[in-house]
Design a protein around this ligand. Structure first.
Ligand code: GDP
Ligand code: MG
Length: 736
C-alpha cells in the first residue's frame, strides 16, 4: 500500500475544512502543530492500493512570514514535504486565491487545484474555463462543491494520478520579476546553489526571493546556517532595495507582488467569462418565484392575458377607424368615377368592399400580435405553458399542447395553420392528434374581425369582456372535446412534461416590430391575394346568373313613375318650403329606396350564392342564420377572413346605394333581422365550425391521412351547428 501525504492549503473560508470533512469523513484526528496552539487536523482515506493522509493547513493568503498561520503552513510544506498539495480555491475570487497557488508552485510541490464553490460561481452567471486554466498552469484543476460533496471522487483520482506520476523531486515555477530584480535574483540563486544554502528546505530561487522580500524568518534561519553567505545575501538585497527606492520609488516586495499578480492575470485571460445566459437564468429563477407561484402565478397570468385585450382594444380602435374611413372614401370615389354597371359593382363591392373589410382590422391585429410577440420574446409564454400543464393533463393533453393552442389563437389572434404545425413538438402521437384536432376551435386572427364587428355592435359596453369570454369558450370547448377524443377514439396514457423554461429577457423593440410586421404582413398578403380572388369570385357568384331583363324592367318602370311624381311635385311647389310637400317627397324617396333594396335582394337571391344560401335556410334557421349569413359561412370554408368580406359584399348588394356610403356595421345595425341572440349564435358557430381549407390541408399533412382532416371538417361543423342551435333556441325560450 502506497501512502500519499496531502496538504490542504487555501485562503481562509475557501471551504478547506468542509472539503477535508467530505473527503475523510469520520477518519479524522485533531492535534496541534508542534509547539504552537494552531490546530492541526489530519484525516485518512483508505483505498485498496493507497492510503491518503490529509493534513488541513491553516488558511493563508500568502506564504510570507507575517502571521503564525502562514509560517505554520510554509514550514509544514518545507519540513514535512507532503507528496502533494491540494490548494482549495474559492472559485468566486479566483485571482486573489491564485496568489497563494502561485507561491506554492514557486516552491515546486506537486499541486492540484480544487476550484471550490463552483455552485456560487454558476449562480453568479460566471463560467470558468478550467481546462484552459489547467493547461496554462500545467497542473490539474478539479471543480468541486465541497458542501455538496461534488467533485470529490475526481479529486481523489487526480491526487493519486499526480502522486504516481511525480518524480519525487520538486520542480519550482520560475516567474520573471522584471529587469530590475531578475539579474539580482539570478546572481543570488547561483550563490545559494553553490553553498547548498537551505536547499534541504527550499528551492534556491525561492530562498533568494525571500531575501529580496525581507523575510525575517528566512534571514534568521540563514544566519544560523551560513553566516557569511547570509550576510552577502542580505547585502545584495539591501543594495537592490536601495536601487528600487531611488529609481522606482518602491521596494522589492511590492515589485514581486506586482509581477505575481501580472502573472496571474495573464493566466486568467479568457478563463473567466460572464455568461450572460446563466446570469439571466439566475435572475429568471428569482422572477419565477413570483410569476409561477402556485397561487400568484395563475392570477398574474389571467391578468396579463386580460390586459392584452384591454390594451389592444383601447389603442386599436383609433387607427382602425382611419383605415375604415379610407376605404369608405375609396368606395365613394369609385362610385363617382366609374359609371354604374357591372364594373362599378365589381370594383366597389368585389374589390374595395372585400379587401377593405379585411384591411380595416390590420391595426387591431397588429397590436394584438405585438402583445403576443412581447409575451413570447420576454419568455413569459413558456411560463404560461408550464403553469397550464397541470390543467392540460386532466384533459388528456400535454403541457406542450399549450403552444399550439396559443399559436392557433389561445390568446386571440393566432392562426391554426402554424398552430397545427406546432404540434410537432408533442412526442406522443395521441396527444398530438388530440391537440391538432382541437386547436382549430381557437379564435384565430381571421375569425377575430367578425367577432370584433359583432361584439362592437351588440355588446358595445363590454367589448373586451365579451371577447375574453369568447376565448374562454374556445378553450373550454377545445379541452372538453380533447378529453372526449382522448377517452374514446384516441385513448392512451399521458407522457410526462419536459420543457425547459427559457430565461426572461427584455424583448427588443426591433424584435417586437419584426415579429409583429411578419405576422401582420402574412395576414395582409392573404387579404391581398387569396381574399381578393375569393372576394371577386364570390362577387361573381352573387352577381350571376343575372335577374331576367323583364323582371328588372318592371322595377325600373315603377321607379321611373315615382321619380316622375317627385319631379312634378317639386315643379308645382318651386318656391314653397311647405312642410307637407317636404314630407311627401321624403316618403316617395323612401319608396324608391325600398324598391332599390327589393331589386338588389331579388338579384342576389337569383344568383348562384343566393340560391345555395336559400336552399340551406330552412335548416340553418334553427340557429338563426339567413341566406346572407349562409353565403358568408360558405365563403368561410375557404378562409375565415372571407366571412366578413362576403357579408360586406352581400349587404352592399342588397341595400340601397345611399348618398352616404355606409359600413357593414351600420348595415347590420339597420337590419331588423339582427339581434343579440343571433349574434351570439353566429359567433359560436364561426368560432367552432370547420377549419379553413389551408388548416385542413395541414392537418392532413401532419397526420399523414385525409381521414382526420375530413373528420375535423364534418365533426366541427356539426358540433358547432348543434351548439349554435341549442344556444339560439335556448335564448329564445328565455325570452331574449
Ligand atoms: P475554511 O476556512 O477554508 O476551512 O472554510 P470552511 O470549510 O470552514 O467553509 C467556509 C464556508 O464556506 C462554510 O460556511 C461552508 O459551508 C461554505 N462552503 C464550503 N464549501 C462550499 C461550496 O462548495 N459551496 C458553497 N456554496 N459553500 C461552501
Ligand atoms: Mg477551516
Amino acid at each position: 500500500m502506497k501512502k500519499i501525504v496531502i496538504a490542504l492549503a487555501g485562503n481562509p473560508n475557501s471551504g478547506k475544512t468542509t472539503l477535508f470533512n467530505t473527503l475523510t469523513g469520520s477518519r479524522q484526528h485533531v492535534g496541534n502543530y508542534p509547539g504552537i496552539t494552531v490546530e492541526k487536523k489530519e484525516g485518512f482515506i483508505e483505498l485498496t492500493d493507497y492510503l491518503l493522509h490529509f493534513v488541513d493547513l491553516p488558511g493563508t493568503y500568502s506564504l510570507t512570514a507575517y502571521s503564525q498561520e502562514e509560517l505554520v503552513a510554509r514550514n509544514f510544506l518545507a519540513q514535512e514535504k507532503p507528496d502533494l498539495v491540494v490548494d482549495v480555491i474559492n472559485a468566486g475570487a479566483l485571482e486573489r486565491n491564485l496568489y497563494l497557488a502561485v507561491q506554492i508552485m514557486e516552491l515546486g510541490i506537486p499541486l492540484v487545484l480544487a476550484l471550490n464553490m463552483m455552485d456560487e460561481v454558476r449562480k453568479k452567471g460566471l463560467t470558468i474555463n478550467t481546462e484552459l486554466l489547467s493547461r496554462r498552469l500545467k497542473i490539474p484543476v478539479v471543480e468541486t462543491v465541497a458542501r455538496q460533496g461534488l467533485g470529490k471522487d475526481l479529486l481523489i483520482q487526480t491526487i493519486i494520478e499526480v502522486a504516481d506520476s511525480s518524480p519525487g523531486s520538486w520542480t519550482p515555477l520560475n516567474i520573471s520579476y522584471g529587469p530590475d530584480l531578475d539579474p539580482v535574483l539570478q546572481q543570488m540563486t547561483k550563490m545559494i546553489e553553490q553553498d547548498h544554502f537551505l536547499t534541504h528546505l527550499y528551492p534556491p530561487r525561492w530562498t533568494a526571493l525571500k531575501y529580496l522580500e525581507g523575510d525575517d524568518e528566512i534571514r534568521a534561519l540563514g544566519l544560523k546556517t551560513n553566516k557569511r553567505l547570509a550576510r552577502e545575501l542580505e547585502l545584495a538585497a539591501a543594495r537592490i532595495a536601495e536601487h528600487c527606492q531611488k529609481t522606482l520609488n518602491t521596494y522589492p516586495e511590492a515589485i514581486v507582488a506586482d509581477y505575481r499578480y501580472g502573472f496571474i492575470s495573464s493566466l486568467l485571460k479568457d478563463v473567466i467569462s460572464r455568461d450572460t445566459h446563466k446570469e439571466r437564468i439566475a435572475i429568471s429563477d428569482r422572477i419565477d418565484k413570483v410569476l409561477t407561484h402556485k397561487f400568484l402565478g395563475p392570477l398574474i397570468m389571467a391578468l396579463v392575458l386580460y390586459a392584452i385585450y384591454k390594451f389592444t382594444f383601447s389603442f386599436g380602435e383609433i387607427p382602425m377607424h382611419w383605415v375604415e374611413d379610407l376605404f369608405t372614401w375609396m368606395a365613394d370615389m369609385a362610385t363617382r368615377l366609374i359609371p354604374p354597371g357591372l364594373l362599378q359593382s365589381m370594383v366597389v363591392s368585389g374589390i374595395i368592399g372585400g379587401v377593405g373589410g379585411v384591411l380595416s382590422f390590420v391595426p387591431l391585429i397588429a397590436l394584438m400580435f405585438m402583445c403576443i410577440a412581447f409575451l413570447e420574446d420576454s419568455g413569459y409564454m413558456a411560463r404560461v405553458a408550464y403553469m397550464l400543464d397541470r390543467v392540460f393533463r386532466i384533459f388528456g393533453l400535454h403541457g406542450c399542447s399549450v403552444m399550439p393552442f396559443i399559436i392557433s389563437g389561445g390568446i386571440a389572434g393566432g392562426c391554426a395553420v402554424p398552430g397545427v404545425m406546432a404540434t410537432r413538438t408533442l412526442r406522443s402521437p395521441r396527444e398530438k392528434l388530440a391537440t391538432l384536432l382541437t386547436v382549430p376551435f381557437m379564435p384565430c386572427g381571421a375569425k377575430l374581425p367578425i367577432f370584433i364587428l359583432l361584439v362592437g355592435i351588440f355588446f358595445p359596453e363590454n367589448k373586451a369582456t365579451v371577447l375574453f369570454l369568447i376565448s374562454l369558450i374556445a378553450w373550454a370547448t377545445a379541452l372538453i372535446v380533447a378529453k372526449l377524443l382522448r377517452s374514446t377514439i384516441i385513448k392512451g396514457a399521458p407522457t410526462p412534461f419536459v420543457m425547459e423554461l427559457p430565461p426572461y429577457r427584455y424583448p427588443t423593440l426591433s424584435g417586437l416590430l419584426i415579429h409583429t410586421w411578419e405576422r401582420t404582413w402574412q395576414y395582409i398578403k392573404k387579404a391581398g391575394t387569396v381574399i381578393l380572388a375569393i372576394s371577386i369570385l364570390l362577387w361573381a357568384t352573387m352577381t350571376f346568373p343575372r335577374l331576367p331583363v323583364e323582371q328588372v324592367h318592371k322595377f325600373t318602370r315603377h321607379r321611373a313613375e315615382i321619380e316622375r311624381q317627385i319631379q312634378e311635385i317639386m315643379a308645382q311647389n318651386r318656391e314653397s318650403d311647405d312642410q307637407n310637400t317636404i314630407a311627401t317627397i321624403a316618403k316617395l324617396k323612401q319608396l324608391i329606396a325600398g324598391l332599390d333594396a327589393e331589386l338588389a335582394q331579388k338579384k342576389l337571391k337569383y344568383s348562384l350564392a343566393g340560391r345555395l344560401g336559400t336552399l340551406l335556410e330552412p335548416v340553418t334557421r334553427w340557429a338563426g342564420f339567413d341566406w346572407k349569413i349562409n353565403i358568408s359561412l360558405i365563403g368561410g370554408f375557404a378562409a375565415k377572413e372571407v366571412i366578413i368580406s362576403t357579408l360586406g359584399t352581400a349587404y352592399s348588394l342588397s341595400q340601397v346605394q345611399a348618398e352616404e356610403p355606409v359600413s357593414l356595421a351600420d348595415r347590420i345595425v339597420q337590419d331588423p333581422d339582427w339581434n343579440t341572440r343571433r349574434a351570439i349564435s353566429v359567433i359560436l358557430f364561426i368560432l367552432l365550425y370547420a377549419p379553413c381549407l389551408v388548416t385542413i390541408v395541414v392537418i392532413a399533412r401532419e397526420t399523414g391521412t385525409w381521414r382526420w382532416a375530413l373528420f375535423s371538417m364534418t365533426f366541427n361543423t356539426l358540433f358547432a351547428f348543434v351548439l349554435a342551435t341549442v344556444v339560439y333556441q335556448g335564448l329564445a325560450l328565455l325570452g331574449n
